[in-house]
Write a protein that binds this ligand. Structure first.
Ligand SMILES: [Zn+2]
Length: 127
């Protein structure tokens, strides 16, 4: 995930996280990098390629893993959940946001949106 953040800098990277559920504990064991297909300025926006989303669903079925959430980077910005991120999110899923400053990974935080996408709660993230 970090390498993908570096590779895409100064554009936003994005991807899908698969893994296992252990009660409330989510363990990411596979990160699939996705193509950012946002048609505008990708320095502060991303859009997952729907083909990558289908591939992730297929991968989950084939491996018995669960799609746990999504990740993307914020080039030269902090790792916060923006209004756009909230609007484009789905409830339940983890959303990891990586801050990449001057091409180097700085910090990552994870957020979960509520049901009506009006707020996101940070979740504890170990990496
Ligand atoms: Zn964002």
């Amino acid at each position: 995930m970090i390498a993908h953040g570096h590779d895409c800098y100064p554009r936003e990277c994005c991807g899908i996280m698969l893994g296992t559920l252990d009660g409330d504990h989510r363990v990411v064991t596979l990160a699939m990098v996705c193509k950012n297909v946002y048609a505008g300025d990708q320095e502060d926006r991303f859009q997952l390629d729907p083909r990558d989303q289908l591939a992730a669903d297929r991968k989950a079925r084939d491996t018995g893993l669960t799609v746990l959430g999504f990740f993307h980077s914020h080039p030269d910005e902090d790792s916060y959940f923006s209004a756009t991120d909230l609007k484009n999110s789905w409830p339940w899923y983890s959303n990891v946001v990586m801050s990449v400053r001057n091409g180097q990974f700085a910090v990552a935080r994870s957020f979960i949106a509520n049901e009506d996408q009006t707020a996101a709660t940070p979740e504890e993230l170990h990496y």
